[in-house]
Design a protein around this ligand. Structure first.
Ligand code: BDP
Length: 669
């Protein structure tokens, strides 16, 4: 059924206009001079955006936007939509205005990617209702693990001054279906909930709303003490419960569609219910009760590990699995994709599949804390797809991604890192999309549709994650980064008095016998947390996939690998392959010069110089260091080291948590 809304968009001719290619336009670079005639009988902020987007850029058949309430559209849910060619025009249909906005962006994507549009019959429904970005942005404008400048949110200016980038941000998210944003760091300041701050949050929420983007806040569990002046934050205390209830009421009176809370509790020094001998479920449920009347949710993180003797990789499971079924229905437990911490490659967290009576959501890290920051090209869709190879998409409830967005002109530092923001949104909408497909459409929209560009670059992007794994941490190695900033290699790192599970040697366990963390039944037995069939595969050194070998096993240096090489040789070849692959990414980019504007060509080339440099640094540091244990020679095909171990051990990068190193800070070749 058509409601009394009909917006007709008629095609108009137009001319092309060039503008600066500083990366600020992301993948939304279509020429906007179409000035199509738009017939609109209903108006609303969201529909105005959808109509304007199409009328400015669409160059195809006349189009109309229609709200439907028929079963076929209702079956697509409140954000789904159809796009159909009918009687010489294109009809975009949905039960909601947001659905129509998504349809508009889809139509424009088809145009920008030069898809065949002769007969359109598209039905779309997002796989996850919640597709959410997590900003680790601090009140002082810094971004924890952010490598693209300062925070986009200018707290000191809000709510009076509104940066135009807030709307540009909402638009970019809507164009890829992202519908939620947690705007502050999980290491949350209690001040996030102050009345003064909430007014600023409201200003952002008002801008985001027409784009279908809801605002959420990370909250500090001790807020009732820090902000409310109470003497406890015990979730079973009536005063504490009343405090949260009042606070939630205040939030919703300002932001009626507020999404809810994200909570990091009893993790890395953050307060939480365990401080009062209460469980995570008791803490989460207390907040959930306060949010429930307004439709709000709690995303409670399972990223916990205390300094015990137990294997860190086992701890989240040990703490959370016994709580299965104990959370209220508006709580979702947010679990990082792997059991440790966003390493370049991890097996999936065994909590997925184990907690059968608790809604779970996966947390991916879009920002490249452990993948060369915004200096390295590491297209992450293949890594996220690897997760979905083990965890069936329909067994989880939602997808969260820790963003790589800052106030840099090009948003993400590295122009090619925009692809990770884009891929996150596309996969949260439909996790069965192929990495190549996403890379291709992103490249076409962001640069050019020339096949000579799109073909090689799709391959380069798709290969890039494996390249980074190989030159940083192949075969299941993990967490051998430099202390604190997590950028370069420091497998030898030893800080007197530091928690052992913050030090690389805890993870690589190199000794004269071999390398790797024994998590088999002879070691920490972390394998037992996986379903039996998989536990068996991981448990045996013979059947464990080699990409996870050193994650699950302490392997003798002379162990024979599937290739016939020893572990030592195989390790050398992997590092060497990683370096070769980094060079090849760079060569591919160099060959793309004719297809790319000079501004972005140079900026990316420069970052790729750093990536190749760092691949050499990683290879040399890790192999020279591990060689002190293996005492074996490098195979002759492996490139000779450019650095000396003694020199590399002295390297201390003058960077804080929040920066991307520049070439002059790096060890000189
Ligand atoms: C680690 C980061 C740290 C975060 C933490 C988290 O190093 O900055 O606070 O994860 O996810 O990866 O809470």
């Amino acid at each position: 059924m058509t409601r009394n809304l009909l917006i007709s968009i008629l095609f108009c001719g137009s001319v092309c206009m060039a503008s600066a290619e500083d990366g600020s336009r992301l993948w939304l670079r279509q020429d906007t001079t179409a000035s199509a005639t738009v017939d609109c009988m209903l108006q609303s902020p969201t529909l105005d955006i959808a109509r304007n987007e199409i009328s400015r850029a669409w160059r195809g058949k006349p189009a109309s936007l229609q709200l439907f309430s028929d079963p076929a559209h209702e079956a697509l849910g409140k954000e789904g939509y159809t796009i159909r060619t009918e009687n010489g025009r294109i009809t975009l249909g949905s039960v909601s205005e947001t659905g129509l906005l998504y349809a508009a962006y889809h139509l424009l994507r088809l145009q920008a990617t030069e898809a065949d549009m002769t007969r359109l019959d598209i039905r779309e429904k997002p796989v996850y209702d919640l597709r959410i970005l997590n900003h680790w942005d601090n009140p002082d404008g810094t971004v924890e693990r952010g490598y693209a400048g300062h925070s986009l949110w200018k707290w000191e200016e809000l709510p009076d001054r509104i940066s135009p980038r807030y709307e540009a941000y909402a638009r970019a998210n809507a164009s890829i279906g992202i519908n939620g944003t947690v705007i502050n760091n999980v290491n949350a300041s209690p001040q996030a909930l102050s009345t003064e701050n909430l007014k600023k949050v409201k200003a952002l929420a008002d801008i985001f709303r027409p784009y279908g983007l809801r605002v959420y806040l990370s909250v500090n569990f001790a807020s009732p003490i820090q902000l409310g002046g109470l003497d406890t934050a015990d979730p079973l205390d009536k005063k504490v419960q009343a405090w949260w209830k009042d606070k939630v009421h205040e939030i919703y009176s300002l932001i009626p569609d507020f999404g809810g809370f994200l909570v990091k509790a009893n993790s890395e020094g953050q307060p939480g219910p365990c401080d009062y001998q209460r469980t995570h479920a008791e803490g989460a449920n207390m907040m959930a009760r306060a949010l429930k009347p307004y439709g709000g949710i709690v995303m409670w993180r399972a990223f916990v590990y205390s300094p015990t003797d137990s294997d860190r990789a086992k701890q989240a499971y040990l703490e959370f699995n016994p709580l299965d079924g104990k959370f209220l229905d508006n709580v979702i437990v947010q679990v990082k994709n792997g059991p440790v911490d966003f390493q370049p490659r991890e097996p999936y967290s065994p909590l997925f599949g184990a907690m059968k009576h608790t809604p779970l959501m996966v947390e991916f890290q879009i920002t490249q804390e452990y993948l060369g920051h915004s200096n390295h090209l590491a297209y992450l869709a293949p890594m996220w797809k690897e997760f979905f190879g083990y965890v069936r998409p329909n067994t989880i409830r939602a997808m969260a991604g820790v963003t790589n967005i800052g106030d840099d002109t090009n948003w993400c530092g590295h122009d090619l890192a925009q692809a990770n923001w884009y891929a996150f949104g596309r996969l949260a909408w439909n996790p069965s999309l192929a990495s190549e497909e996403i890379a291709r459409e992103w490249l076409q929209q962001t640069f050019t549709t020339a096949p000579e560009f799109v073909g090689p670059m799709t391959k380069a992007m798709t290969d890039s994650h494996e390249a980074v794994v190989n030159y940083m941490m192949p075969l299941g190695l993990h967490h051998i980064f430099a202390w604190n900033h997590h950028y370069g290699p420091e497998p030898w790192c030893m800080i007197p008095g530091a928690r052992p599970d913050w030090l690389p040697s805890y993870y690589h366990q190199a000794d004269k016998e071999g390398l790797g963390f024994d998590r088999s039944h002879t070691g920490s037995n972390a394998v037992a947390q996986y379903p039996d069939s998989l536990a068996k595969v991981f448990d045996s050194i013979d059947t464990c996939p080699e990409k996870f070998l050193l994650w699950f096993h302490h392997v003798p240096w002379k162990h024979q690998m599937k290739s016939g090489h020893t572990l030592w040789e195989e390790l050398c070849y992997h590092y060497n392959d990683g370096l070769k692959a980094a060079r090849s990414l760079h060569d591919t980019w160099t060959a793309m010069k004719p297809y790319v504007d000079d501004e972005r060509y140079q900026a990316i080339s420069h970052r790729m110089d750093i990536q190749v440099h760092d691949a050499i640094w990683w290879k040399d540091a890790c192999l020279l260091y591990f060689q002190t244990f293996s005492k074996m020679k490098f195979p002759k095909e492996v490139e000779k080291p450019s650095f000396r171990l003694k020199e590399l051990k002295k390297v201390k990068l003058p960077i804080t948590n929040y920066e991307c190193p520049t070439m002059d800070m790096l060890p000189q070749l």
